[in-house]
Each structure stands twice: as structure tokens, then as C-alpha cells.
Design a protein. Structure first.
Length: 98
């Protein structure tokens, strides 16, 4: 499957990436190769394969969630550049135009 230059430019725009002309050409080649590989995987016969949600053993690597004492609110917010009541105040994450 061969991607066009327009395809790569569209994906770059969605990812909010600015690519040079050389980068677009390189991505066009690399992404096309990845899609070609995915098409090869589509040809594998999986009719007798059981449905699998997890192929490796699941092991919890997190520590237990145990409540413990923490900083008082005033101490935690002591060096905050901006706050609102008992909360940190931060700039908006999402752009209204995006």
C-alpha cells in the first residue's frame, strides 16, 4: 500500500507536526512499508486461533495503594505561582480553536 505525499501531510497535520520536504518523503516511504507489512499480516489464516485478550501473563507491578499522611494544603500550595482556593490554578490545556 503506497501512501501519497498528501496522505503524509494530512497525518502530519492531524498530529500537529511540521515536516520538511525531506521528512515527508522519508515518512511516505516508511509509513508505506509499515502498511505493506500490516497487509501481510492480514493474509495469515487465524480461523482456528482462539480469541485472546492477553498473550502474556498478567502481573501487577504496582505497589499497594495505601493511604498515608501528606502535606497540609497550605504547605503544598505555598510556592504555587497561581492558586484558586485550595487548588493549583493552571493555564487551559485545550485550545479553543483546535
Amino acid at each position: 500500500m503506497s501512501l501519497t505525499r498528501n496522505d503524509v501531510e494530512h497525518v502530519a497535520k492531524l498530529a500537529r507536526m511540521r515536516l520538511s520536504s525531506d521528512e515527508i518523503e522519508r515518512m511516505q516511504s516508511q509509513l508505506s512499508a509499515i502498511l505493506d507489512y500490516m497487509q501481510m499480516l492480514d493474509e495469515v489464516d487465524t480461523t482456528n486461533m482462539p480469541i485472546t485478550a492477553q498473550v502474556t501473563g498478567l502481573v501487577n507491578v504496582m505497589r499497594p495503594d495505601v493511604a498515608r499522611p501528606s502535606f497540609p494544603v497550605e504547605e503544598a500550595l505555598a510556592n504555587a505561582p497561581d492558586r484558586e482556593g485550595q487548588f493549583f490554578r493552571v493555564k487551559a490545556v485545550f485550545d479553543e480553536n483546535g
